[in-house]
Design a protein around this ligand. Structure first.
Ligand code: HEC
Length: 172
């Protein structure tokens, strides 16, 4: 699918540099980690291995750890709203299941919720991109998280860019 090429990922995953930087950052994190942060550190290392945005590894190194989507990044009510919106605005062209499983992992794992919201907002619906409100796009992404077995949590997926950038799409 050519659209993958329009992703804002800074470098291809095959580029050896980010891998090196990730390993170094993970090492720093490991050295600096206190017992309290051991769990976050493991998550950060997993992220590095998964080829996370290089900024995610950098943030991990300075202690602002990203929140993995696997720990609950949206609410159940939000995903329900997203499902209704998806049915109305998206399913005429592709079934939601077209973006689950391996396709989802290939497109999004290692990126942040911000890249997902941004790409969908800029390109979809294909015949009228940006037609929905940002809140609606965010709710649709919450629904796509649910479809991909990420658990619901107590906090809604935010609309704020800085907050979205802190939500790492880790492997399920
Ligand atoms: C008018 C038809 C149409 C509608 C409506 C539509 N899409 Fe798409 N969508 C497409 C097509 C066509 C592609 C494949 C683009 C390509 O590969 O060049 C696509 C691709 C995608 C992708 C994959 C992007 C990628 O990088 O490969 C996602 C995710 C997506 N759509 C989500 C949505 C969501 C969410 C909505 C509703 C807000 C939506 N689409 C509505 C036609 C549509």
């Amino acid at each position: 699918m050519q659209v993958a090429a329009t992703h804002t990922s800074p470098r291809p995953l095959s580029d050896p540099m980010p891998v090196l930087r990730h390993s170094l950052a993970a090492l720093c994190v490991a050295v600096a980690a206190s017992a309290v942060h051991a769990q976050e550190t493991r998550a950060a290392r997993r992220q590095s291995k998964a080829g996370a945005d290089s900024s995610a590894a950098a943030r991990a190194a300075i202690g602002q750890l990203p929140a993995p989507a696997s720990r609950g990044a949206y609410t159940a009510a939000q995903a329900d709203r997203g499902q209704v919106l998806y049915r109305k605005n998206c399913s005429s062209c592709h079934a939601a299941t077209a973006y689950t499983g391996a396709t989802f992992a290939q497109l999004w794992v290692g990126r942040t919720a911000y890249s997902m919201v941004s790409l969908i907002r800029e390109t979809m619906p294909n015949d009228d991109p940006g037609r929905l409100t940002k809140q609606q796009y965010v709710d649709i992404v919450a629904f796509l998280f649910k479809l991909n077995n990420y658990p619901a949590g107590v906090r809604a997926l935010p609309t704020d860019d800085a907050a979205l950038k802190r939500i790492a799409i880790d492997r399920r």
